[in-house]
Design a protein around this ligand. Structure first.
Ligand SMILES: [Zn+2]
Length: 80
């Protein structure tokens, strides 16, 4: 790998990763599955997810959850 490739790889990694993906990493596999299900469930509000994550020690705004749900974040390509 040359420097140019290294820089591109770093930029790509940063683009891919939004706060939701980054902050949910320490959660257990079970919690991550629950989070993924909640994110995909229109009946669960982004605010409720934000609050629940806050209780788990993961501080993330409902706005960030919203962006993630709309696919308006960097990690879209990784999850689909
Ligand atoms: Zn995201």
């Amino acid at each position: 790998m040359n420097l140019n490739e290294a820089l591109n790889a770093d930029a790509a990694r940063r683009r891919r990763e939004c706060l939701i993906a980054k902050l949910s990493r320490p959660l257990s596999a079970e919690d991550q599955a629950t989070l993924a299900a909640a994110l995909g469930n229109p009946g669960v509000s982004s605010r409720a997810i934000s609050r629940a994550l806050g209780l788990m020690g993961v501080s993330v705004s409902s706005h960030t959850v919203d962006k993630h749900r709309r696919g308006d974040c960097g990690c879209r390509s990784e999850t689909t």
